[in-house]
Structure formats: C-alpha cells, structure tokens
Design a protein around this ligand. Sequence first.
Ligand SMILES: CSC[C@@H](O)[C@@H](O)C(=O)COP(=O)(O)O
Ligand SMILES: [Zn+2]
Length: 209
Amino acid sequence: MHNNTAISELIAAGKWASQRGWVPATGGNFSARTESGFVVTASGFDKGQLGSHTFIELDHVGNRTRGAGRPSAETELHLSMYKLIPSANFVLHTHSVAATVLSRVIKGHSLNLQGYEMQKSLAGVSSHLDTLSIPIFDNHQDIDHLSLLVSDHHLHTPIEHAVLIRGHGLYVVGRNSKEVMRHLEGLEFLFSCELERLKLEGIQAGVNP
Ligand SMILES: CSC[C@@H](O)[C@@H](O)C(=O)COP(=O)(O)O
Ligand SMILES: [Zn+2]
C-alpha cells in the first residue's frame, strides 16, 4: 500500500475511533505498514482531527523519511508488533474506559474471554466456545522495555490480535484498515460486556483463569 492511501485510511479510522470515545485527550496512536516502510501518527495530536501533516513516514527499519514533529512516543511498540506479526499491516492503539479499567481489574497476565458470540469478530475465531486470550502487560514509561516484554511473551505465546497495557489501553492489529477496525470494535464490545458481567456477578465470579 502507498503511504498516502494508508494515511487517508488512518485519518478516517481516527475520526471513527474518536466519535466512539476511544482516543480521548490526544491519547492513542495509529500506524500502517506500507510499500516503503511505515506511517505513524506524530506525537501529541488529537486522533479525531488527524491530517496529512500529523503523520511521520518511516523506512523499513523505522528511520524517519518524511514528516515534521516527533513520531508517536509509542512508535517502538508499533514496530515490534509488525515484526512479531508478519500479517499485520495496521496497528491501532486506543485508550477506552473499558480497556483501561478491565486491564486493571484483571490482576493476571491475560484477559480470557469465553461464551460471547462477538468473539467471532476476530479473525480465525469460529465459536463462542473458544477462549479468546488477550495478554496484559504492566504499563511502563520506557516503551523499549515494554516492547521487549511483548516480544519475549510472543516467543512462547504468539500474539494474534491484540495486547492490553494495564491501566493504559489496547493495541490491536489487522491485515487491512477494515479488519483492524472490526477487531477494535469487536474487542471494545467484548470489554464492555465483560466489565458489566464483573459488576453484576462480582469480581470473584469474573475468574480469568
Ligand atoms: C495523552 S496521554 C497518552 C500518551 O501518553 C500515550 O499513551 C499515547 O497514547 C499518545 O502518545 P503520542 O505520543 O501522542 O502517540
Ligand atoms: Zn497510549
């Protein structure tokens, strides 16, 4: 994909995510893998109001080739996700209330979802009886360190769709912009359901083995 096409699709995804309240207060960052490398949002912009001037273009190894300002503070984590998941061409990072709260309420190292039809919105999931496991990593201001934790984890438990960063947000991948948006919407629906379930049934019942 050409950089300009990817940028247009990320601008649309930003508006869409912002309308849903998933990227408040400049939170979140978006990127795509392109034929010349990557495009990533510049740091500090409102993701609901992205424009071509709010993107940094990178080469295949992550060096800047075009664009003003600083690349997203979390660029390294995006690059790690592309390295780990060869089929991923889009990465969206969001800060929804549900992802932020749920990743704190669950004390373990993964959020395990089971019994929801909506699990099938994730590529490769064909039954509500499957367990959809989203790894949770403790937040860290050192993004290189966080990227290493994610890469180490992937060695023994491959990351398929997404990771949660505790008290911070979600990173979700897709093969194209349509798929990454479907994954994000599906996961947000599942997080909201799970949060409601925990509120009604109590945290003890919300076992996430
Ligand atoms: C506005 S607080 C959120 C940031 O610290 C960060 O987590 C974030 O998602 C946005 O960082 P950015 O550098 O704009 O890509
Ligand atoms: Zn963030």
